[in-house]
Design a protein around this ligand. Structure first.
Ligand SMILES: [Zn+2]
Length: 362
């Protein structure tokens, strides 16, 4: 019964997600105007909007003007319905937990299709999902405990920001990216460099100080990426030789937390600026879009860091596999992260346990 209800609910939510996927990136309102045919503008009646079924009955055409309607619409509805039903089957309690899992699922579907269409992950969805994950952990300790949630968010975002940093440094052959004013990626790497040697709060403090200096001097202070990333790496290496008060695990964890904290806070600052201030239309080589960092933060908040890593492994494998099958070069990474994150929500913690047991660590 619950599974059947979940399927129907999922189909209805999927129909709503189609509107979100279509209208959110265009900056249109989600609620008004009411749904209409994009070609003849005829307002859609209840009969035209029965999820999945309307499309099949009217054979993928507008009932008023005969314009073809993309198969994407029933596909999103069917996908949402199936995942909602699967979630109810795997979590067979009609409680707050199931409601949260459905919300997480809906967010990931909207993010994936918007990324496929436009190569963007809207801040409203990534930061909204991140806030909701933290709130759920704080209020209900679900899906993970509060401490696991906020640390997971920072470490997951930090990991992707650092992978992006090192990748971009290689692509640019050691040259620095354009500094941000008042806050930019160079502050993420500075935080990582200091944190690897001294602990994560010192890393964050160093970044705050550098941003404050930018504001006082009214221009971006040069912080070469090769230097900060090099010092960060050296800190982890040094700690593994017992040179530092921090152990190697502590040093690496500090680096991730500090980098993630500055990346998410800096990203939030830029998200709140008016559009023309952002200049992401650079043709500088960038290894990974910054939207992926925010999505990682959201996933970390919902999953915790261990299961997030399991999801990241799934995402990389799914990406490599589908990239080969589809033979398309420019594929967004967001949908793969979403797939990995959804899988990890149910099985990630179990896999991490098994892996630790295999290593003899638990
Ligand atoms: Zn029409």
């Amino acid at each position: 019964m619950l599974v059947l209800f979940a399927f129907i609910l999922g189909a209805v939510i999927g129909s709503f997600l189609n509107v979100v996927i279509y209208r959110l990136p265009a900056g249109e309102s989600i609620v008004s105007p009411p749904s209409h045919c994009p070609r003849c503008s005829h307002r859609l009646g209840a009969l035209d909007m029965v999820p999945i079924i309307s499309w099949l009955v009217f054979r993928g055409r507008c009932r008023y003007c005969g314009a073809p309607i993309s198969a994407r619409y029933p596909l999103v509805e069917a996908l949402t319905a199936t995942l909602f039903a699967l979630a109810a089957w795997l979590h067979p309690n009609p409680d707050v937990g199931l409601l949260l899992i459905w919300t997480f699922t809906a967010l990931l579907i909207a993010l994936s299709f918007i990324d496929i269409d436009h190569y963007i992950l809207p801040d409203s969805l990534t930061y909204g999902g991140l806030a909701l994950g933290l709130l759920a952990a704080w209020l209900w300790g679900f899906p993970v405990e509060w401490r696991v949630s906020w640390q997971g968010a920072l470490a997951a975002a930090g990991l992707l920001a650092m992978i992006g940093g090192f990748g971009t440094l290689v692509l640019r052959r050691g040259a620095s990216g354009k500094p941000g004013y008042p806050v930019g990626l160079e502050h993420v790497y500075l935080a990582a460099a200091v944190a690897a040697w001294a602990g994560w709060y010192w890393g964050v403090a160093a970044a705050v100080l550098a941003v404050a200096l930018n504001l006082v001097l009214r221009k971006p202070l040069p912080l070469p990426d090769a230097l900060t990333l090099g010092v960060a790496l050296l800190g982890v290496v040094a700690s593994s030789y017992g040179v530092l008060p921090l152990g190697v695990a502590e040093s690496f964890w500090s680096l991730l937390l500090a980098a993630g904290a500055v990346a998410l806070a800096g990203g939030l600052y830029w998200a709140l600026q008016p559009d023309e201030e952002e200049d992401e239309e650079d043709d500088e080589p960038v290894a990974m879009g910054f939207g992926d960092v925010k999505l990682a933060g959201m996933l970390g908040a919902w999953l915790g860091f261990g299961p997030f890593l399991a999801g990241l492994v799934v995402a990389v494998f799914a990406g490599a596999l589908l990239g080969l099958l589809l033979r398309r070069r420019k594929l967004p990474f967001g949908p793969y992260l979403a797939i990995g994150g959804w899988v990890a929500l149910f099985w990630g913690a179990g896999w991490v346990q098994q892996y630790l047991a295999y290593l003899g660590l638990s």
